[in-house]
Design a protein around this ligand. Structure first.
Ligand SMILES: C[S@@+](CC[C@H](N)C(=O)[O-])C[C@H]1O[C@@H](n2cnc3c(N)ncnc32)[C@H](O)[C@@H]1O
Length: 246
């Protein structure tokens, strides 16, 4: 899928790969009304954002997912904050049975449409559920892979949400957390000036019981992106892959 329309109405280009953070904030051009300085994380914000364009993200899987999960044997996967399902469909295409969850019904409708378009085998392996991950019980040990990309929540909510995700990983299973790294704030990529919404790999690892988890990957991984002025720049992703001891 190419030529995706961004949430801000621009189309195509490599920066269609850039997953936005979803927070409304004064002066950063994400305006949907609201009050100066207001930061929103609610369902209405995300539903509006998805309704603002027929397609917001590229439809392609995130590169860190491909790199970190490509060699794993398929099993049961949970994609948290799945958006329009680029990752979920990629996983299903590789044989994973995927539960794709998101706050926004509009996004999940697109996941279901894309899964149906991918054919009956893929569609049969994708189940969607509208949830708020901060309050949803994913089930202890229910998944061989729990993955989340670009879910940026306030620290208190983030702690609860990530603890839920970790609990949902089965013994021997994998937790993959990918997010925009705080160092992006010092680049021209245009992240919102809300440092509390960013987190380091160390923050994710610190919340995992070292007796129960191995952490083969915890890094601020560079990748190339295009900034709003069309310049190729280096940004970084927080990438943590952790394996729950069997
Ligand atoms: C930047 S998008 C990333 C989407 C997808 N992971 C991707 O990489 O294309 C963030 C997603 O998080 C979802 N989200 C935000 N808060 C959430 C919450 N509390 N529970 C579940 N999903 C949430 C939004 O609806 C949105 O689809």
């Amino acid at each position: 899928m190419t030529g995706a329309t961004r949430a801000d109405g621009r189309t195509g280009g490599r920066d269609e790969e850039e997953r936005g953070m979803g927070q409304q904030h004064d002066g950063a051009g994400h305006g949907h009304g609201g009050h100066p300085g207001e930061v929103r994380h609610d369902r209405e914000f995300w539903e509006d954002r998805y309704r603002s364009a027929p397609q917001v993200w590229s439809g392609r899987p995130n590169p860190q997912l491909v790199d970190e999960v490509g060699d794993l044997a398929p099993g049961r996967a949970l994609d948290v904050a799945c958006g329009e399902g680029g990752d979920a469909l990629w996983l299903a295409g590789r044989g994973w049975s995927v539960t794709a969850v998101d706050l926004a019904r509009t996004a999940l409708d697109r996941v279901e449409a894309a899964a149906a378009a991918a054919g009956p085998e893929v569609a049969a392996r994708v189940r969607t559920e509208r949830v708020d991950i901060a309050t949803w019980d994913a089930g202890d040990g229910a998944y061989d892979l729990v993955t989340t990309h670009f879910l940026h929540l306030p620290p208190d909510v983030r702690a609860v949400a990530f603890a839920r995700m970790a609990r949902a990983v089965a013994p021997g299973g994998t937790l993959l957390v990918v997010a925009h790294h705080a160092s992006d704030l010092r680049t021209t990529i245009g992240r919102p000036d809300l440092p509390e919404l960013f987190f380091d790999p160390e923050d994710v690892v610190a919340a995992l019981d070292p007796a129960a988890w191995d952490v083969p990957v915890a890094e601020a991984r560079p990748r190339t992106a295009t900034d709003p002025d069309g310049r190729a720049i280096t940004i970084r992703d927080t990438v943590v892959r952790a394996v729950r001891r069997a």
